[in-house]
Design a protein around this ligand. Structure first.
Ligand code: ZN
Length: 203
């Protein structure tokens, strides 16, 4: 199982990090050991002083495929969850400056809290999925899937040109604006439409 993450997929977020709007989806991967399930706490690692939350819609791949045409991509996923792409922004900024890969900033243990999955058909508006993140009860991120620069079918088509997708793979589809720092003692809660899907305590 692999976790594919899309960077810069919402215009407002690309702007807040002063990144150009990409021509193609930008993707990177996290290993399975990044997953943090069942509302387990996140332990702030000693190698970073600036960890950011990024709330993202996550899809689960339900059949194997490569070179998947965009028009068939909807057959490859039926469920959605929420995930947080924890990012060591200090290490990422340094890596970006030096043109180095992002793994130390993105792929560390516990960097991918994930909620349970729900069927897309159970949502009230699956064409424009609303999701939000609260930090210590304040709403800090609000996203709508229709605001993605690259739609989920476009992402599947693009990624599967390079990397075969297998049943059980996860795709984190990028974060809307509002990313920010976490501190020890914070509590994050992720909502899909009106339903609380998970929480994470920072320890
Ligand atoms: Zn992200």
């Amino acid at each position: 199982m692999k976790i594919i993450c899309i960077g810069r997929n919402y215009i407002d977020h690309a702007k807040e990090l002063k990144n150009p709007i990409p021509e193609h989806p930008v993707f990177f991967m996290k290993p399975e050991t990044a997953l943090l399930l069942k509302n387990r706490p996140f332990y702030y690692p000693d190698f970073s002083d600036r960890i950011h939350y990024e709330l993202e819609l996550v899809i689960k791949i339900q059949r194997n495929g490569k070179h998947i045409p965009e028009r068939f991509a909807h057959k490859y996923y039926h469920e959605v969850a929420l995930g947080i792409d924890f990012t060591a922004r200090d290490l990422q900024d340094e890596a970006k400056k030096k043109g180095l890969p992002w793994e130390i900033a993105k792929a560390f243990d516990g960097s991918a809290p994930l909620s349970p999955f729900v069927p897309l058909d159970s949502l009230s508006n699956k064409e424009n999925i609303a999701f939000s993140l609260r930090k210590n009860s304040n709403v800090v991120q609000q996203g709508h899937s229709a605001d993605m620069i690259f739609s989920i079918p476009q992402i599947i088509a693009y990624v599967s040109r390079f990397v075969s997708l297998k049943m059980g793979d996860l795709i984190f589809t990028g974060t809307p604006a509002g990313v920010g720092e976490i501190s020890i003692g914070d509590r994050l809660e992720a909502y899909l439409e009106d339903k609380r899907m998970m929480w994470v305590e920072i320890k």
